[in-house]
Design a protein around this ligand. Sequence first.
Ligand SMILES: *[C@@H]1O[C@H](CO)[C@@H](O)[C@H](O)[C@H]1NC(C)=O
Ligand SMILES: *[C@@H]1O[C@H](CO)[C@@H](O)[C@H](O)[C@H]1NC(C)=O
Ligand SMILES: *[C@@H]1O[C@H](CO)[C@@H](O)[C@H](O)[C@H]1NC(C)=O
Ligand SMILES: *[C@@H]1O[C@H](CO)[C@@H](O)[C@H](O)[C@H]1NC(C)=O
Ligand SMILES: *[C@@H]1O[C@H](CO)[C@@H](O)[C@H](O)[C@H]1NC(C)=O
Ligand SMILES: *[C@@H]1O[C@H](CO)[C@@H](O)[C@H](O)[C@H]1NC(C)=O
Ligand SMILES: *[C@@H]1O[C@H](CO)[C@@H](O)[C@H](O)[C@H]1NC(C)=O
Ligand SMILES: *[C@@H]1O[C@H](CO)[C@@H](O)[C@H](O)[C@H]1NC(C)=O
Ligand SMILES: *[C@@H]1O[C@H](CO)[C@@H](O)[C@H](O)[C@H]1NC(C)=O
Ligand SMILES: *[C@@H]1O[C@H](CO)[C@@H](O)[C@H](O)[C@H]1NC(C)=O
Ligand SMILES: *[C@@H]1O[C@H](CO)[C@@H](O)[C@H](O)[C@H]1NC(C)=O
Ligand SMILES: *[C@@H]1O[C@H](CO)[C@@H](O)[C@H](O)[C@H]1NC(C)=O
Length: 760
Amino acid sequence: MRVATWLLAFAAAVVASSPSTAGIEALVHRRLPQHVHSFEFSIANASSAGSSDAYTVSTAHGGKVKVEGNSLSALATGLHRYLTDVAHVDLYWYIGNRLDLASDPLPHLSAPLTGSSIVPYRYHFNTVTTSYTSAFWTWEDWELQLDWMALRGINLPLAWIGVEKIFVEVFQEIGLTDDEILDFLSGPPFEAWNHLGNIQGSWNGSLPLSWVDSQFELQKKIVKRMVDLGMTPILPAFPGFVPRAISRVFPEANVVNGSTWEKFPTQWTNDTFMDPLDPRFTQLQKSFISKQTAAYGNVTQFYTLDQFNENNPFSGDADYLRNVSRGNWDALKAADPSAIWVMQGWLFASNTEFWTNDRIEAYLGGVPVDSDMLILDLVSESQPQWQRTNSYYGKPWIWCELHGYGGNMGFYGQVMNITANPIAALHNSSSLVGFGLSMEGQEGNEVVYDLLLDQAWSETPIETDSYFRNWVTARYAGSQSIPDNVYLAWDTLRSTVYNNTNLTSNAVSKSILELVPSTTGLLNRTGHHPTTINYNPDDMLRAWDLFYGAAFQEPSLWANPAYDYDLVDMSRQVLANAFNPLYQDLISAYNTTTTRSTGSHRALKIRATGKKLINLLWALDNVLQTNPHFRLSTWTSAARASAAGQENLEAFFEYEARNQITLWGPTGQISDYASKSWSGLVSSYYIPRWERFINYLAKTGPADYDQADFNAELLEWELGWQNDTSAGVSLVSDAIHIQDVLPKVIQDWEDIFSLSCTNI
Ligand SMILES: *[C@@H]1O[C@H](CO)[C@@H](O)[C@H](O)[C@H]1NC(C)=O
Ligand SMILES: *[C@@H]1O[C@H](CO)[C@@H](O)[C@H](O)[C@H]1NC(C)=O
Ligand SMILES: *[C@@H]1O[C@H](CO)[C@@H](O)[C@H](O)[C@H]1NC(C)=O
Ligand SMILES: *[C@@H]1O[C@H](CO)[C@@H](O)[C@H](O)[C@H]1NC(C)=O
Ligand SMILES: *[C@@H]1O[C@H](CO)[C@@H](O)[C@H](O)[C@H]1NC(C)=O
Ligand SMILES: *[C@@H]1O[C@H](CO)[C@@H](O)[C@H](O)[C@H]1NC(C)=O
Ligand SMILES: *[C@@H]1O[C@H](CO)[C@@H](O)[C@H](O)[C@H]1NC(C)=O
Ligand SMILES: *[C@@H]1O[C@H](CO)[C@@H](O)[C@H](O)[C@H]1NC(C)=O
Ligand SMILES: *[C@@H]1O[C@H](CO)[C@@H](O)[C@H](O)[C@H]1NC(C)=O
Ligand SMILES: *[C@@H]1O[C@H](CO)[C@@H](O)[C@H](O)[C@H]1NC(C)=O
Ligand SMILES: *[C@@H]1O[C@H](CO)[C@@H](O)[C@H](O)[C@H]1NC(C)=O
Ligand SMILES: *[C@@H]1O[C@H](CO)[C@@H](O)[C@H](O)[C@H]1NC(C)=O
């Protein structure tokens, strides 16, 4: 069996002993305090790292729910299976804990539930999730996240938080000054690209050591909790990126400057990289790993290390590439003889021109022991690389669902690719050892994340119709009943919106309302940030209609936070889809009125069409405002709170938070990459942009249309917005409910909501 072989290959040294179940019991205490005595957990036949996990859940004498398994992750998964499939409750991002709604007494099981994982590893996170999603998280946010992960069977997560502390200490040790070090590090919503060697430093501010310390304290809790919940953290390793001033302390060191990333000025990119063959590289790696082990304990053998993520090697020579990875491996092994090097395989998908098969084979071949590496096939559902690389030339790898870029917010999924494909891969690749999630930002669409994680416990592709049905039953726990129309709504989404099979557009879609206005190039974008709508928009509307109508049949849904969140999200998508035809009306008014109308007549026509589009954006903002998870202020106030009362730092963090979701760079280097449909952002950023555009069209005939001119003026305004701490965050009342807002929106936009079968 694959699992067994792999186990022998690289975890044989780890002697399995029964870990304490206290971490799982503590989870029950946190999330179902009234049932703290209703469960009994035990580990039998403890498995070693790298083998399959198995659980059995049954009702014991006295009515207790008995959860047995061969690992902590097996216990957590068995517990989750019972809670979702039998008690019909769960815990979610945004919505939070709903497990405490489980009935009392807990339901009995007439027959035991059993499950076993078909892969030893369930992986979570992308290196950039640290910046898109958790940049400003508190410990409470992390607690929810870690419980979410444990219950869903994740046992191998990335753990990047607090790494700045280790970098600082390593660099101080070799004589770099604090200023030289802090000039190199990047702030929270950008730190991930510093970790990847794409950028260095911060524009418009700098990170203080106090923040570095606070994140380090946070990481100690995170790592401990991961271990308590049966997860093996993948900790960072020294990747070789160093402050420019390295040449002052190591004049002889073999360093090169990396490539420019996304047209950033050299000051903030071209990171200096120390050659892994330089003996000082090993010195720094040993220093890094030993400081980290001293801080968190000996908790892992997995180290994440990426050097060429959107950053091309100094040379494409096969010998050079083989030497570099050999150098990495030697240094890692010198620091920890049990080390396994984990690498994101994104580079192989994103730069196929550089990464030819020969180069990949050379680079991976530099590591002489296959089991000392673990490759994340980062976009397996859309751009898998494992076939062309013959399963990474024998290195173990994980099948990952990337799903979305930059935390963009469209409804999206590939239910077939994330069920059938990983199973097919398992049959066709003997070095596949895990399934996992590698989304850039965690966003909505939780159902398609759950689906892949559950697929890790099913030998055949999951039947999505019953899966969605079960999922919906747990999702709306707490309402008196769940009307059929709620199931029908989700089933409609399942077979349309969540069933993309045209991979020309292959990730979460972006609405054009979030893009810099233009007469061309907005609609029908394909690829990673598609603006295509890969389904009939009437299907989205039909699902919305069924879903909204359900609360009139079952009014207890109005008070259900999952229903609230989903209704806001579905309404958002319907309005976003409706933006496209209004935009097309505007452009055709512009194009067709010009030839035969006077300037002022044309301007009137454009303003009238434009007004409608602006009004739609206001309606969208009003809808989004009703839920804190769709508000700009939630993001900016988390940023300020993370600065813990230091005034200058508050301003800097808020600036960075605003910058990431808009200009993404000092002057718009990757503008709108991480755009969001958030209340406040729509009203204070997107609406003014479209207003300026409408004014521009009204003033400028098509013959004089100049996009570059328009963009340059717009950029001036966008730069001002970055520091406007009042923009889009005026106090909104939590008392305004989606239920109060939707009727007026529907009335004002009868043509959009024409399908509505609801009796308001
Ligand atoms: C533990 O392993 C033994 C021997 O293989 C088996 O008989 C027993 O049923 C296992 N226990 C559990 C709880 O799986
Ligand atoms: C890297 O770039 C810096 C800043 O432009 C320059 O001073 C330095 O000489 C470069 N280093 C190498 C090794 O090219
Ligand atoms: C930065 O990288 C680019 C290639 O992407 C290169 O042309 C340029 O010389 C580099 N600059 C420095 C200072 O190394
Ligand atoms: C790779 O390493 C070998 C052995 O140390 C050395 O002989 C060779 O010159 C190196 N090649 C390159 C391109 O760095
Ligand atoms: C942790 O302990 C294992 C087993 O003794 C050992 O192989 C490994 O090198 C240790 N890791 C570190 C970082 O010291
Ligand atoms: C995804 O699924 C579609 C439909 O079954 C299939 O045509 C396509 O090849 C799959 N894509 C990948 C990358 O496997
Ligand atoms: C998804 O779409 C494909 C191709 O269009 C179709 O064959 C399949 O039945 C659909 N799957 C679901 C779950 O609706
Ligand atoms: C897939 O999408 C692309 C881009 O939207 C479109 O041009 C193409 O016709 C679609 N293919 C199919 C089979 O629908
Ligand atoms: C976008 O695609 C739609 C549907 O295929 C088509 O009707 C429309 O003309 C396209 N628009 C542009 C601007 O390419
Ligand atoms: C409208 O006019 C612009 C600028 O002249 C042109 O590029 C574009 O293709 C036209 N669009 C439509 C929908 O006619
Ligand atoms: C914007 O805010 C940043 C961070 O507080 C600050 O460094 C910068 O000088 C401000 N810029 C302007 C134009 O006010
Ligand atoms: C941030 O820094 C860049 C580059 O120095 C500058 O162009 C921009 O105006 C600054 N932005 C703010 C809001 O201060």
